[in-house]
Design a protein around this ligand. Sequence first.
Ligand SMILES: [Zn+2]
Length: 296
Amino acid sequence: MQIECPSGLVVEARKIKAQELEALAEANDSDEPPADGGLLTVINRCVQRVIDAGPYSFVEVGDALPDWKRVIYGDLATMFFKLRIVSVEDPYEFPVQCKHCRKWADFDVTLSELPINPLPESSKAKLRSNSPFEARTLDGKLVRFYLKTIRREEPIAKLVRAIERQTGKPSYSFLDSWAGQAEFIEPLGERSKNDKARWMWFRQLDLDEVDNLRDQFDAVDGGIDIELRFRCRRRGCGGVTNHMIPLDGDFFRRKRKPADLKPLHDGGRIIPLEEEALEKTEEVTKGETEESLDLE
Ligand SMILES: [Zn+2]
């Protein structure tokens, strides 16, 4: 099969084999799951050829595969999800906990319906010339950054792991990706070169500054959108929960048999907000009483 990535990179790939799926599922369920959920393993095994190098000067058309750690994360995640979709049946079922009333409900997501945002042309041009993007803080200070790659994230991930070992607390935050992406932060000046200084700068931002920078980082990026929004249908709650698609062992398994599908928590029913997903919810809630549907 051919996979076209948001940047325009096109690769030829095979499916993930049954035995590989089993191994990935076990690894992701183990006490020390791979930090990337198996993403690089899948891409290294399944991608066989580059058909179109897209905007990357270091990628060559042919059988020689590139250093995937330098390819933008939006491309890698898109390849990973597309390979999962053709290798295992849709949908993917996982439990979501309502952040407001703490109730759990199982939910099905049809992965092939997840939106894939193309990389803007202006961003492809930046990748071609390997030049950074520019964002501004709320008070107008410059932040220069590149798109997220594993290579850029590695030193920060190492730093966070060391902190986790010291404190015993898991500490990863999406802000850590930004610390990896950022090349220059005006308030830090020369200290921008220091990984820990950048990491600490992002970690101390106010929420409105996070929102401001997120808009600017997101606007220039592309890739598969794996953050879903769910609205709780439990009586008296209705709270909205943002939830990333979890990469646990079940991601690599066929959906469990219908007998296992009964919701364990009858009081709560969690559904996505988007229109497309709302249609799906009607299927999911089929069989429920009129009363519970009226709650929406
Ligand atoms: Zn709730």
